[in-house]
Write a protein that binds this ligand. Sequence first.
Ligand code: 5AD
Ligand code: SF4
Length: 459
Amino acid sequence: MSATKKLFVKTYGCQMNVYDSQRMQDVLAPLGYQSVDEAEGADMVILNTCHIREKAAEKVFSDLGRIRKHKKAKEENGTDKMIVAVAGCVAQAEGAELMRREPIVDMVFGPQTYHRLPEMVARANRAIGNDRIIDTDFPVEEKFDHLPAQVSQQGYSAFIAIQEGCDKFCTFCVVPYTRGAEYSRPGMDIVNETRQIVAQGTREVTLLGQNVNAYHGAGPDGDEWTLGRLLRELSEIDGLERIRYITSHPRDVDDDLIFAHRDLPKVMPFLHLPVQSGSDRVLQAMNRKHDRQTYFDIVKRLREAQPDLALSSDFIVGFPGESEKDFEDTLDLVRQVGFIQTFSFKYSPRPGTPASAMELQVPEEVKAERLARLQDLLAEQQLAFNQNCVGREMDVLLDRTGKFEGQLVGRSPYMQPVHVNGLTEADLGRIVRLKITAAKPFSLAGELVEEGGSERNVA
Ligand code: 5AD
Ligand code: SF4
């Protein structure tokens, strides 16, 4: 048995990184590494980084500055060293540069290599002098094949990576470079992993992929499963109550997926379908491979199939060449579609992407002004949707305790946090029917609709 060692993992960026961080902890557990909440005194620190926008990447360097002090302190007063590792997309994109800029970094490894962590850790522990480790290959299939079959216990709501990488090459995006080509896990691997975590108490799964609806995994009979087919298979699992998936590309919304929303009550009526821009000119320059009318058509078909469906999206303002008219097209699309939750960003030029070399970069102050206008409109839509929920009954999966005694918080089908009073921790993990009594910009409050009609306290 190895002695216990302290592992501190910090995660930046998307849900895929949150999932990867969890799996890194699973891989390192047999070596005696147990997770702790702070870098100070840790035997190993992993920064699982994000490269999607400039700010995210810069954060890593400022955090490394802080970690330098902890590493020094540990070396001065202890015997064991602190291994500092940078993982994820910054590692993939800038591994060598990172090593050069930050001498304290012992190990750099990309998103596709963490199944090889035990070996890397052993080498880092033995390393003398300048022997540092860098592993930024792309052996995707190998990774999924070599991760421990036994996943660690997850919460009532869990994530499962089903697809990774992207072949779309939107001109602003680093993902095809940092995560590599599209790869889909075999269907039955996902079904089995889901069965396993459902047996441990999970009630909701969110299927993860950079381009999740491009999923085309091998089925058991040599056929190929689409995401729609996978959703059907997962729907059959007893004890699993809710299924979500993120992030989708409009181009890959096919009939199978639309029918899944129509036919499968476990598939939540909420879809994150990034459109990025409402201008045909900009969509084309972004290489999104569809125009605004196509987006309207897809949304229409989805809503016909599932009238309760609500949408969220990502937006980029200030893409190179975006005119005021282009931006107004985006506002117009937002008004026509109506979104209930969104992420919106100023365009951030990423090294090595085609858009970063385009002429007509939009000045920072114009980006800021457009972002503020867009976010005002989106916030208005979000609040209106939340207010419209008041008086409705919703099924809420209770998954954490609230700030106050007796208060629990759960998620509505639309991912809104819902607060409810008068319950106990024994109710965690239940899906309860709540009548919504109040709405805020980012959350709701509800009261229990008891069988028999009597109601408990309200948040
Ligand atoms: N600049 C700004 N936003 C970006 N995104 C991706 N790349 C960039 C970039 N270079 C946004 C997109 C994407 C989300 C995950 O991040 O909106 O959907
Ligand atoms: Fe990036 Fe476009 Fe792929 Fe999404 S679809 S990950 S935005 S390249």
